[in-house]
Design a protein. Structure first.
Ligand SMILES: [Zn+2]
Length: 562
């Protein structure tokens, strides 16, 4: 297929239809997704676009090659909510003798929040986008910059799509929506309808009620950049800050060009944010399109209700990962990810404890199979076809179940199960990532490396951490000793069995007993050997003797009696 079509079909909000995806340049497929406004912890609703478009990013990389996809997700680090947060957290220091400026306080807020966000989405299994530009770096023109907000605004002024006016809080430069005949094409809004419903008296300085701010003057205590605009008389120099929408027009142009393939975000961004991005970019550049495909993920509710702080059902990503607030336990990032993908991205999703439990049990059913195939993943054609149908994750997951069911008898299905799970962003990492997720564990990096070296089939198994958590709770630093029994039994038992370690009074005692028993067996002292076996059985450990089929040596394995 020489036109760059790879069988991918995507629903395009612009046309309200599912269309064949054909990239402008198959050597560089370009996608932009609106990222977080960094003033507070990201909530679970923010996780949805991060995960959905990460799956699309992975699929595009699979179809076109990892080096032929450019994914840009911006960081909004200029916003009045950020200013408010900086004043709330650092107001005393700004007013006091510490000489902290507002800009420094803002930087503290945005840097801390942005790094929290990066940790959160990493734990959810999201790849880093190719570029993550910060809005504040694209406000003013500068050497080597391919685009910036002030230049874009000047282009709009020059072409008659923008005008200056004095509003209630100072001078503004506004986009003239009437200057664009097909303004409203994305949200299918009619300009006349909008005018009828607008509160005209509040915005008397606007030519049309739908006109939106490109640049607004800052008061001296507000953050601002000194911008110079030509050909607008007294308004030539305005110390101010950008409106919300212009940043995405500038950053997408800088990294992806004037026209690119896919623009994504949450449903709530269609209007006004994306509508206004289109207006700015197309009018500044004189292009027919900004992005060819516009994709939007559906809303998220929690336990059947809109998430809100006042209802007490507001959860941040890190609360789900690190605390027991939701459903009385911590949730592994991969389980949150799988739960999110169990609903098609365009549908509304109800995030509930029940859904997470369902996802966890599904995740376990995969985990128990895929460790066998850790080194030989393959990609399943039917799975890719399901995902290529507008990211039909329900059909894709149904295929995963078929592969799982067949894996016991067909090695190739097991390999394709793992390869397909990885394409969804699951089971991509060996232990280390999970150690970060389950941070309160006293397991050193060294012992984890040792674990991996000793038993490569452990990759992707999180049960160790469930065990280690229990151990840590019951036996303090006992979890650090986990490595020894693992080395001994790792080849013959599954990690699941290590849950038992939480039941014995100490791992040392367990080791001593099993060694004593082997010694009694060697002496043919069956009575003593049986006594120890009985003691362990009383603690819930069933010992089993057998012969190694290769060496013929006696081997003792054990399992949890349930
Ligand atoms: Zn945006």
């Amino acid at each position: 297929m020489s036109d760059g079509s790879k069988g991918l079909r995507l629903y395009n909000t612009l046309t309200r239809t599912k269309e064949d995806f054909v990239p402008i340049d198959a050597n560089n497929v370009r996608m932009y997704v609106c990222g977080p406004t960094v003033y507070d912890f990201a909530h679970i609703g923010n996780a949805r676009p991060a995960i959905v478009f990460d799956v699309l990013f992975r699929l595009l990389r699979h179809l076109y090659g990892a080096d032929h996809v450019t994914y840009v997700r911006n960081i909004t680090d200029v916003d009045d909510k950020i200013n408010a947060r900086a004043l709330r957290d650092f107001g005393d220091q700004i007013a006091g003798a510490e000489q902290l400026t507002l800009n420094e306080a803002i930087r503290k807020v945005t840097e801390t929040t942005a790094s929290q966000y990066q940790n959160d989405v990493k734990a959810l299994g999201c790849l880093e986008p190719t570029h993550q530009p910060r809005a504040t770096e694209f406000v003013l023109p500068g050497e080597g910059k391919k685009s910036d907000m002030v230049t874009l605004i000047q282009q709009l002024l020059d072409k008659g799509h923008a005008y200056a006016a004095s509003g209630g809080s100072g001078r503004e430069i506004l986009f003239d929506t009437a200057s664009m005949p097909d303004y409203g094409e994305l949200s299918k809004r009619n300009l006349d309808e909008q005018q009828a419903g607008a509160r005209v008296e509040v915005e008397a300085h606007k030519k049309n009620p739908a006109d939106f701010v490109l640049w607004k003057e800052s008061e001296h205590h507000e953050p601002g950049w000194v911008a110079h605009f030509k050909n607008i008389g007294d308004y030539g120099r305005i110390r101010g800050r950008p409106g919300w929408h212009i940043e995405c027009s500038a950053m997408s142009e800088a990294y992806l060009g004037k026209e690119f393939d896919i623009h994504g975000g949450g449903l709530d961004l269609i209007f006004p944010h994306h509508e206004n991005e289109i207006a700015q970019s197309r009018c500044a550049h004189g292009t027919e399109t900004m992005a060819r495909f516009w994709m939007h993920n559906g809303f998220l509710q929690v336990e059947g209700q809109k998430m809100s702080k006042s209802l007490g059902n507001f959860f941040t990503i890190s609360e789900l990962l690190e605390t027991e607030r939701f459903g009385g336990r911590k949730w592994p990032g991969e389980v949150l990810r799988l739960a999110m993908l169990m609903t098609h991205y365009r549908e509304p999703i109800d995030f509930s404890v029940r859904k997470l439990e369902e996802a966890f049990s599904m995740w376990r059913s995969f985990a128990q199979i895929v460790r066998e195939f850790a080194s030989q993943p393959e990609v399943d054609v039917q799975f890719v076809a399901a995902l290529s149908d507008d990211l039909s994750t329900s059909a894709a997951i149904a295929r995963l179940h078929e592969l799982r069911a067949g894996a016991a008898d067909d090695v190739s299905m097991g390999r394709r199960l793992l390869g397909s799970l990885r394409l969804l962003g699951l089971f991509t990492q060996p232990f280390q990532l999970k150690v970060q997720v389950y941070t309160p564990l006293p397991i050193s990096d060294v012992s984890i490396d040792e674990l991996l070296r000793q038993n490569s089939t452990l990759a992707g198994d999180v049960d160790l951490f469930v065990v280690a958590e229990t151990l840590a709770r019951n036996h303090g630093d006992a979890a650090t000793h986990l490595v020894r029994p693992l080395n001994r039994f790792g080849k013959s038992t599954t990690m699941f069995d290590y849950r038992i370690l939480a039941k014995v009074s100490s791992i040392e005692e367990f080791e001593i007993k099993t060694e004593q028993r082997l010694a009694f067996i060697a002496q043919k002292n069956w009575a003593e050997a049986d006594r120890i076996r009985g003691e362990l059985l009383a603690q819930g450990i069933q010992l089993k003797d057998g012969k190694d089929p290769v060496t013929g040596e006696r081997v003792t394995t054990w399992e949890v009696k349930r």
